[in-house]
Design a protein. Structure first.
Length: 116
């Protein structure tokens, strides 16, 4: 039985046979860039969650609520603006941030439950 490659070491999918070699090379180049960006996104999210875990501990130590709706609203507005200036759909950026915020709050609740 062969081992499957680890996700960060996988080779990008190849275009179907019969596609012009220059097109194949460009697709490969672009897909490698996408793979690198995806890896960077994962590492940035990991760093973000390290910080939010520290926030969760601080909140638990001082009996602060896991969620901060005012901060969340400011962050969403800020990210929507950044998305617009980066030519990224602001609605998509908001959905992504809401997903991340929900996970952060879940972590903060878990931390608070463990501190009781």
């Amino acid at each position: 039985m062969s081992e499957s490659p680890r996700p960060h070491q996988s080779t990008p999918p190849q275009p179907p046979q019969g596609v012009d070699e220059a097109v194949r090379a460009e697709l490969t180049r672009l897909r490698e860039s996408i793979d690198n960006i995806d890896a960077a996104v994962v590492h940035m999210l990991a760093e973000r969650f390290k910080c939010t875990q520290q926030v969760g501990v601080l909140k638990a130590e001082h009996q602060l609520p896991p969620a901060d709706p005012a901060r969340e609203a400011r962050q969403i507005a800020r990210l929507r603006e950044l998305a617009g200036s980066a030519r990224l759909d602001p609605a998509f950026a908001e959905k992504l941030l809401n997903f991340i915020i929900a996970e952060v709050i879940r972590h903060h609740e878990t931390i608070a439950d463990g501190a009781r």
